[in-house]
Design a protein around this ligand. Structure first.
Ligand code: PEP
Ligand code: MG
Length: 754
């Protein structure tokens, strides 16, 4: 076998292109391909194994091995050298294959004569769909160029095997890049619901629709323009952001810049296009190579640098003209977005008519993307490990965000079961809808206030359908997050006025801007913080940038002229913070009194209880506020010192832990003593069992996602609070990790529907 330069693979690619464009059924073409590879690479054997259901690699075509072993020789993933290449997803280059400990002899192939072996995985969408092998009699080591050439050829084979025409051909229907095999992933429910749609990868992936180029000169031009665009965008980014970057992120951008101009990287791309690959295939080829190198490297610094190269390949792809572009704001079919993780603002970027569900590899219930999704009624399943590796753009997906199940490319039986679940859910929703106009009165005649959390105009439009008493938490920051610039006072005023108009006198509690942490505004420059949840956020920003807080308060006061206004401040940690914020509000109210529009009739001002320190200053706070609202998401985060957005620990402590219940009781007790209204608006208010415990602790006012209202109402109507009170308060003395089981038993014994 001669060392292969650029010209040899080019020739081979051209011939493969002819085969691809030619006639013949799937198997004939594959046979032709292995024959071509063997003769061009001067190998005695070339074989193609494809992955079938049950993780089996089956010999589909061979030049050189005994023909009757085709469809007979099968290896499990990890078994033999072929299985090893597939399992590790990387090439194997052996001068004496038979002495390798993994070698598994298959007598039907007659391969005992061949000593050297070079094999490479056939990859599609990052998944191994087969293995391509060449073998020679002599004990020889294949050169790096030969390894690369075989990898390039494997991309062409991948294209052939996954092409629609081949998928349609029965003989390939159950290989087809595994893309036709059903796949099931379990995760955590972050926003309830059931949905059906087609997969859309949030982080764009390099899509190789064509591997071999038709016109090399044109492809080289495409590459050159994409590279120039990438280089200037990285340079610009660095210039524009230089002043606001931390040293660490500056390093990363510098590394980007270095790589974007790196001659070695660019040469590899050029060489790959020069051999006859399309730019997409060339980028993919070079990226696969980087990934393979990353797997071999243990040094964390080098790995990090390589991962930047990997990312740069994605960025280069983004600059390619003629690339398949998806317009998130104008989706054309029902879509299930799949991402590693996502910010709330990014979610709001999607076309809401067609966004049916979101699946995340990370995420927790308390993360803001989940909160926004619940507000939008978009089901979310989070913590779905490695889902991105198993999904292809456009896959049909069923999302069961009631049980945390995701089904990719489901079979008919699963689809039928799913549609039964959809019917059941519809029945449940109908049952909740029938409860809508019933008053919120417990079995023992205690009247409760059940409210919804809102933040989007959509919530307000649908408010009458919820059957809620009011809006217990209006997250004003969502309106800031959906814009590309800070909304002006007038814009804010008309927005808040619209909310009040639509609510027709029903109570609304506006919360002033709660940004920072995981809710960033693209136009508000902030430094990257080591601990954003403990950082410059919420009222801290408001007090440090009083103009920002003042403009919002001015807008709220104006919008409520001549009617009632209720508002609260987030993240108050000590009384002076509240007093400072209230002083700004009072000034605005006084100012409005002098203006033609006038001031609100009645202003009620409160705070969220989210930082544990304020609980110890409640007696002093309660003399100053009109009400408080417990933000259990943050309160729990700070109480247990667990990052609410970190799935690894966010469920380490239970929401029904006796220590947390004791804290809730303590807050309630202090408010009762001071005769100040109190409510709870964190996620737990929307969970029937948790809400039941809170009833027992004295809470009567709840605010939750609209989707949760029906089930909480059902629980409330079936509960006898007098019986609950003693029971739950006693549980506070428990030494257990959680009193969930005891509460469940209580509900069962007392026929409370949870
Ligand atoms: C909370 O912290 O409980 C809360 C309601 O606020 P957010 O979830 O918006 O931080
Ligand atoms: Mg909060």
């Amino acid at each position: 076998m001669s060392g292969l330069g650029i010209s040899a693979p080019r020739l081979l690619l051209r011939k493969l292109h002819q085969v691809m464009a030619g006639h013949g059924d799937a198997e004939q073409r594959l046979n032709e391909i292995v024959r071509l590879i063997a003769s061009n690479m001067i190998a005695e054997v070339c074989s193609c194994y494809l992955r079938r259901a049950g993780d089996v690699l089956e010999l589909y075509a061979t030049e050189g091995l005994k023909k009757n072993s085709v469809h007979q020789t099968r290896l499990r993933l990890g078994e033999g050298l072929v299985g090893d290449i597939a399992a590790r997803a990387r090439p194997l280059n052996l001068s004496d294959a038979q002495s390798h400990p993994q070698f598994a002899y298959r007598p039907e192939t007659g391969e005992e004569e061949y000593h050297s072996l070079l094999g490479t995985p056939i990859l599609r969408g990052g998944r191994v769909i087969g293995v391509l092998v060449v073998q020679n009699r002599t004990r020889r080591v294949y050169t790096d160029e030969e390894v690369e050439a075989l990898q390039t050829v494997a991309m062409v084979v991948a294209e052939l095997v996954s092409s629609e025409e081949m998928v349609a051909a029965t003989e390939f229907s159950d290989t087809a890049g595994n893309a036709t095999l059903p796949h099931h992933v379990s995760g955590k429910v972050l926003a309830e619901g059931l949905a059906v749609g087609y997969a859309l990868l949030h982080e764009p992936r390099i899509e190789v629709l064509r591997t071999i180029s038709e016109d090399r000169a044109k492809e080289l031009n495409r590459l050159n323009s994409a590279v120039s665009a990438l280089q200037s965008s990285v340079d610009k980014l660095l210039l524009a952001t230089n002043t606001m970057l931390t040293d660490e992120s500056k390093d990363i951008f510098e590394a980007y810049k270095m790589f974007a101009h790196d001659k070695g990287w660019l040469k590899k791309l050029h060489d790959a296009v020069a051999t006859g690959l399309t730019v997409e295939a060339a980028i993919k080829r070079v990226q696969d190579d980087t990934r393979a190198r990353m797997k071999e490297i243990n040094d964390p610094y080098l790995r990090e640098r390589l991962s930047e190269l990997d990312d740069l390949a994605n960025r280069l792809y983004m600059h390619l003209d003629g690339r398949v572009q998806i317009d998130r704001r104008n989706l054309t079919k029902d879509t299930v977005v799949i991402a590693a993780n996502m910010g709330a603002a990014e979610l709001l970027d999607y076309d809401r008519r067609h966004l049916k569900a979101v699946i995340l590899e990370a995420g927790t219930r308390a993360s803001h993307v989940a909160i926004v999704a619940r507000a939008l009624g978009v089901p979310v399943v989070g913590q779905c490990a490695s889902i991105r590796e198993n999904v292809e753009q456009g896959d049909f997906v069923l999302v069961d965000a009631e049980h945390g199940q995701v089904f990719l490319r489901p079979g008919e039986d699963v689809q039928e079961a799913f549609s039964r679940s959809q019917n059941q859910r519809a029945q449940r929703q109908a049952k909740y809808a029938a409860l809508r106009d019933k008053p919120n009165i417990s079995k023992d005649n205690v009247t409760l206030s059940l409210n919804v959390n809102a933040g989007l105009l959509l919530d307000i439009d649908h408010f009458p359908e919820f059957g809620a008493d009011g809006i217990g938490l209006f997250r004003t920051e969502l309106q800031f997050m959906v814009r590309s610039q800070m909304p002006k006072v007038d814009e804010q005023t008309s927005l808040y006025a619209r909310v009040l108009d639509k609510m027709e006198g029903k109570p609304v509690i506006f919360r002033t801007l709660d940004i920072g942490g995981d809710k960033m505004l693209p136009y508000l420059k902030t430094k990257t913080e080591e601990n954003p949840a403990l950082g410059w956020r919420a009222i801290r920003i408001g007090l440090d940038r009083p103009a920002l807080l003042r403009s919002q308060l001015r807008a709220l006061v104006r919008a409520a002229a001549g009617r009632d206004l209720s508002l609260m401040f987030p993240m108050i940690a000590e009384v002076p913070e509240f007093l400072e914020a209230k002083a700004i509000l009072n000034k605005e109210v006084d100012r409005a009194k002098q203006k033609p529009g006038g001031a609100p009739l009645n202003v009620k001002v409160g705070t969220m209880i989210e930082v544990p320190s304020i609980v110890w200053q409640l007696p002093q706070l309660l003399t100053e506020v009109d009400f408080i609202s417990v933000g259990s998401n943050d309160l729990m985060q700070f109480f247990f010192a667990v990052d609410r957005g970190n799935p690894k620990i966010s469920e380490r402590y239970d929401t029904l832990s006796p220590t947390l219940l004791t804290l809730f009781r303590n807050i309630a007790e202090q408010c009762e003593k001071a005769n100040k209204p109190f409510s709870i608006c964190g996620d737990i208010a929307g969970r029937p069992l948790e809400a039941m415990a809170l009833l027992g602790l004295g809470y009567r006012n709840f605010s939750m996602s609209s989707e949760a209202l029906g089930r909480v109402k059902e629980m409330v109507l079936s509960a006898d609070i007098s019986k609950l009170e003693n029971y739950v308060r006693n549980l506070c003395n428990s030494r257990d990790h959680s009193v969930r089981d005891q509460l469940r038993s209580f509900a069962r014994d007392h026929s409370i529907i949870i």
